[in-house]
Design a protein around this ligand. Sequence first.
Ligand code: NAD
Ligand code: UDP
Length: 343
Amino acid sequence: MSDNKIIVTGGMGYIGSHTIVELVNAGYDPVIIDNLSNSNVSVLEGIKGITQRKIAFEEVDLSDSNACREVFSKHKDAVGVIHFAALKAVGESVEQPIRYYKNNIFSMINVLEALTTHHIDNFIFSSSCTVYGEPKKLPVTEKSPIQPATSPYGNTKQVGEEILQEAMAIEDSTIRTISLRYFNPIGAHKSTLIGELPLGIPNNLLPYLTQTAIGIREQLSVFGSDYNTPDGTAIRDYIHVVDLAEAHVVALTRLIKKQNKSNYEVFNLGTGKGNSVLEVIKSFERSTGEKVNYKIVDRRPGDVEAVYADTTFAREELGWATKRDLDEMTASAWAWEKKLRGQ
Ligand code: NAD
Ligand code: UDP
């Protein structure tokens, strides 16, 4: 068994590609499995530009059980899996629930079966702060109550966590798992060789904002200014994608070194600081010198008012904390947008 081979499902995607870079930096040997349903093979070039390494890539749909079995038997010498592969558009999941459940849940079950078959004992799952819904108390700790999911996408994260918890609870389970609950990842690698590649009209704030500033979109809509927050716009915990990527390496290493306290652990990954939509716009204008054309419109259905992380557990147990501030996030998102458009 190789002692540093890691399978990264969804490794061609936004968070996955940044994590591949940090895995290589930490001395791991990642293999990407991705069906390119929301990514592009050119990402491999970007990763190579940063790491000087050609990363092994398998184009496979993990929701196909035979294909998943086959690709895992080829890489059964892996010591861990980071499971990013999922469809993630909240609105689309409401329109196409069966597609979302099939993709996200089947993939996860197939991957877990393969882990069991090949005794790959270390597993990291991409979860989300959406599991907290509209929190009654801020900041949210890992013990804050889970609220009913408001979309099929959100439900795939909750069900995913439940499946893991139950699967890890059986006595003869040798698998160790960490669910990482991401807050709002934004920004891009400082090299501008990898970043977020939204297909079509972006749903998320940052890609919509940078596409507006560069002239692809006419105006950014700020969804709601009547929230019970200091400036009336909604609050989120924005985290630099490279900080997030680094946390994956720390969490995986904790499992591989058997430093985990139980075989199912959960960590919030955020900065611990909430910023409003208007504060993000101001940060972008400050860090880039660009103006953003925006207007205030109605609230977006399903949005929560405010959510940000209590980071104590991640800091104390993982020894991990974010290093990059909001201005660095918005500046790097802009540098990436300019690079994408050849500017
Ligand atoms: P992304 O869409 O950029 O990356 C996901 C990757 O998974 C894509 O490359 C896609 O092609 C691949 N994929 C999807 N279904 C697959 C399948 N059946 N087989 C093989 N590959 C498949 O998304 P991201 O932003 O990098 O998110 C990564 C993970 O983090 C997802 O699980 C997502 O739900 C979760 N997450 C993301 C955010 C966020 O704001 N970006 C927040 C919380 C959680
Ligand atoms: N938002 C906005 N305009 C947009 C996209 C998002 O005002 O075009 C707001 C949204 O209402 C939320 C915040 O920006 O308060 C972050 O939204 P995003 O979709 O990026 O992430 P979410 O927190 O919904 O997962």
